[in-house]
Design a protein around this ligand. Structure first.
Ligand code: FES
Ligand SMILES: [Fe+2]
Length: 359
């Protein structure tokens, strides 16, 4: 605990942007910070996927939050539920990937559960004493939806889903008309915060790192708005290139503390969830949503454009993680013109970690 207090004290969240320094590099690889962040993630709504992938009874998909294998499934009663995807026998994960099924059967020894997570079959189980099938359900988690999105929370906390999503919910009625059509996952050799920092630098790296994207964004009109636990970067789009053909209208880049990013363009949006896999590894899940009227060629092109940008971001994030381990890098500073959202992220994180630490 003492070490944690010392680490957290090394970032002064009270300093204004023009005088502030970034958190010390240790925040990006220390195991105690990582453990406290895991607790934070368990208490925060996490976007797990799109409603369009689980429309019919028996539709399911699997995912993980904080290393917890999860199963999202629509039951025969039409209810959407989230369960632990860990078999109550010997802990094998029960289902993999996604699909449709009439029952949940563990591939290891064949235990079966119904679509509400109730244990219904235990082969070759005669003679076992003090065992109640009814007490061996798959643990269920809170699940709520908003627009085309499904959110799960592992542990209860006061924040409602609408509080978490506000003010995004007040300003974007078009989101409700979008449908999830594709998912792409990336594993990065960097701490999850490196990816968020990169996202929140107010377009600072666009001209140098993303030459194709730079032709689409009207960088001189890039705007940054801060909210209590989220921020919005926005920019008009311009140009007449392959990238701009799938990135029309205004570009809105929403970030919701701690790990959700929603990129909105005309007729299309993609969500980026960054999930920690360890102190220096993370997974970024890109889900692609489109308006119903959008043609398949537009979808393919749109995913290709995002993939190219992600490759450029991934490379720089991994190089940053290596640099953070340098003994000769104490900490950095923020651009007042560009990096206020990144600074706000560090201030919120610092406050939340101090709260966890004082519990
Ligand atoms: S671990 Fe699932 S049936 Fe044995
Ligand atoms: Fe980028």
């Amino acid at each position: 605990m003492e070490k944690m207090a010392h680490l957290l004290g090394a970032f002064n969240a009270e300093l204004p942007l023009e005088r502030a320094s970034t958190p010390p590099p240790t925040w990006y690889f220390d195991s105690e910070i990582y453990r406290a962040e895991q607790e934070l993630f368990r208490r925060t709504w996490q976007l797990v996927g799109g409603l369009a992938t689980v429309e019919k009874p028996g539709d399911f998909f699997t995912t993980e939050i904080c290393g917890e294998p999860l199963l999202v499934m629509r039951g025969n009663d039409g209810e959407l539920r989230a369960f632990s995807n860990v078999c109550r026998h010997k802990a094998a994960t029960i289902l993999t990937s996604s699909g449709n099924t009439s029952r949940l059967q563990c591939r290891y020894h064949g235990w079966t559960y119904d679509l509400t997570g109730k244990l219904i079959g235990t082969p070759e189980w005669r003679g076992v004493c003090d065992f109640e099938k009814s007490s061996q359900c798959l643990p269920a988690f809170e699940l709520q939806t908003w627009g085309p999105f499904i959110f799960v929370r592992l542990e209860k906390s006061e924040q409602t889903l609408l509080e978490y999503l506000s003010p995004l919910t007040d300003q974007n009625p078009a989101i409700g008309k979008m449908k999830m059509r594709a998912r792409k996952e990336y594993t990065l050799r960097c701490n999850w915060k490196v990816f968020v920092d990169n996202y929140l630098d107010g377009g600072y790296h666009v001209n140098t790192l993303h030459p194709a994207l730079a032709t689409v964004l009207d960088y001189s009109n890039y705007k940054i708005d801060l909210f209590p636990e989220s921020s919005l970067q926005s920019s008009p789009t311009v140009g007449n290139t392959a990238a701009s053909s799938v990135r029309g209208g205004m570009a809105y880049y929403w970030w919701l503390f701690p790990n959700l990013m929603i990129n909105l363009y005309e007729n299309t949006l993609d969500t980026n969830m960054v999930l920690p896999l360890g102190e220096d590894r993370c997974r970024v899940i890109f889900d692609y949503y489109f308006a119903e009227s959008v043609a398949p060629e537009f979808i393919a092109k749109s995913i290709e454009v995002a993939h190219q940008v992600q490759m450029e971001d991934q490379d720089i994030c991994e190089r940053v993680q290596r640099g953070l381990k340098s003994r000769y890098y104490p900490s950095g500073r923020y651009s007042v013109e560009r990096e206020k959202a990144c600074h706000a992220f560090h201030q919120i994180l610092s406050r939340k970690l101090l709260e966890i630490c004082s519990r």
